[in-house]
Design a protein around this ligand. Structure first.
Ligand SMILES: Cc1cc2nc3c(=O)[nH]c(=O)nc-3n(C[C@H](O)[C@H](O)[C@H](O)COP(=O)(O)OP(=O)(O)OC[C@H]3O[C@@H](n4cnc5c(N)ncnc54)[C@H](O)[C@@H]3O)c2cc1C
Length: 392
């Protein structure tokens, strides 16, 4: 079996938000890189997840000169409607800073990042199932995969950027004694629902004794819905009819548009941090290094933050100074723990204020009181401001 050897500066494993953002920043800085992705292009471009790009991220793409080419969508509306026991309580955006946040589904961002990377001459290889060699110590790491013509490719590089999500091979290549996992399980899951119907509201969240529900527009013809549910439920238990009924009960209003449900998925809510975020010449970015519960809408933003910190560190390394690479993990972890703190507080507050079967009625009442204070003091508006700017 033939083996083809190639050299580059950075091999990026995974063409998600972290890998593609990093690839574009390196390419624009004249640094050689190759992105290898396990899935085919169509799959990657259609994977639906997040829907909002916060102000920090919009400005980051602006500073790197690609905002207009990678971001689509409308500005984020300055109001998020809460339904609490059937009554609407609007949260309005209040911030000292300008809101530049955009409604731009993650798959649109991913598609645009791929287009820009390839049209600017980037090297992106799909359907590459990789394995890692030599990541410990100072020797140059190697990334090996078999291509569609069944030839084995061996990519030798200075650095590997592990951007392959929570179940990838990068983190698995680090010996467990060299990595600490910190985690918190919330005890419930979200049923995430994608439907081909326009949303009643651009965004709405409901707190209800049967559990949390959320709805978010995903363009003019599609909506994303979330339903809190027990961990031991299965998607087969949730027929389309049951989903629409449950949404109406929790929102306390008719769902004006019911239609085809395209996909459902169960996401257990949890917070996870791996530390340190590097090992030898292997660096972990995005979901490979940390998971935040989707309630906080910050997972994609953490991935983009890591990508920028790592890109700047590699650029700086070209001047002969490795200090930013040496501090990469500490820099990112400071930011990650800050977002984890916000995500854990917000997730527990909103879920405890609804269904009392997890933490009990005492906790439900204190969560309600906390929320009421947030609304009445105007603090909730400032919180929402920080939430969509990403600058808190
Ligand atoms: C239902 C849901 C809703 C969410 N909502 C939000 C939100 O509103 N806001 C927000 O900011 N975040 C949200 N998130 C989180 C966000 O989607 C993730 O944090 C983000 O995708 C992380 O980006 P990433 O690039 O690190 O990983 P991924 O996007 O998972 O990309 C990893 C890539 O690596 C590839 N890969 C995996 N293994 C290998 C391998 N062995 N070799 C090569 N390639 C490999 C994968 O195919 C994938 O393309 C949500 C997540 C979910 C599940």
């Amino acid at each position: 079996m033939s083996e083809v050897y190639e050299n580059t500066t950075v091999v990026i494993i995974g063409a998600g938000v972290a890998g593609l953002t990093l690839g574009n920043f390196l390419l624009r800085s004249g640094i050689d890189c190759i992105i290898v992705e396990r899935r085919d292009r169509e799959y990657v471009e259609q994977r639906q997840r997040a829907g909002v790009i916060d102000t920090r991220a919009v400005r980051m793409f602006r500073e790197w000169g690609i905002e207009d080419r990678v971001l689509g969508g409308d500005p984020v509306a300055p109001v998020l409607n809460f339904r609490i026991d059937g009554e609407t309580r609007p949260l309005e955006f209040v911030s000292d800073d300008q809101n530049d946040g955009r409604f731009c589904p993650q798959q649109v961002l991913v598609r645009n990042l791929i287009d820009v990377f390839i049209s600017d001459g980037g090297d992106l290889r799909f359907e590459a199932e990789v394995s890692l060699e030599n990541v410990a110590g100072d020797a140059h790491p190697r990334v090996r995969y078999r291509d569609s013509a069944d030839a084995t490719k061996v990519l030798s590089c200075e650095f590997v950027a592990g951007c392959d999500g929570d179940r990838g091979v990068s983190r698995a290549a680090i010996p467990s004694a060299s990595l600490t996992r910190y985690s918190h399980e919330y005890g419930y899951a979200w049923l995430t629902v994608l439907a081909e119907v326009p949303a009643n509201h651009q965004s709405m969240m409901a707190l209800h004794p049967r559990g949390f529900a959320g709805q978010f527009a995903r363009g003019p013809h599609a909506s994303r819905f979330y339903l809190q549910c027990p961990l031991d439920t299965s998607t087969s238990q949730w027929t389309d009819e049951r989903i629409w009924e449950e949404l109406e009960i929790r929102f306390g209003e008719p769902v004006a548009n019911t239609g085809r449900i395209v996909s459902t998925q169960l996401v257990p809510l949890r917070s996870v941090v791996y530390s340190p975020m590097s090992y030898g010449r292997l660096y972990l970015l995005g979901d490979a290094a940390h998971i935040v519960p989707p309630m906080s809408a910050k997972g994609m933003h953490l991935a983009m933050y890591d990508a920028e910190v790592f890109a700047k560190a590699v650029i700086h390394y070209q001047t002969g100074d490795s200090s930013l690479l040496d501090s990469y993990s500490a820099t990112c972890l400071r930011h990650v723990w800050n977002y984890q703190a916000f995500a854990a507080w917000w997730t527990e507050l909103v879920h405890n204020a609804g269904d009392d079967s997890y933490q009990g009625e005492f906790r439900r009442q204190t969560a309600r009181a906390d929320l009421e204070r947030l609304f009445e003091s105007g603090e909730a508006n400032r919180l929402f401001g920080g939430f969509i700017t990403g600058l808190n």
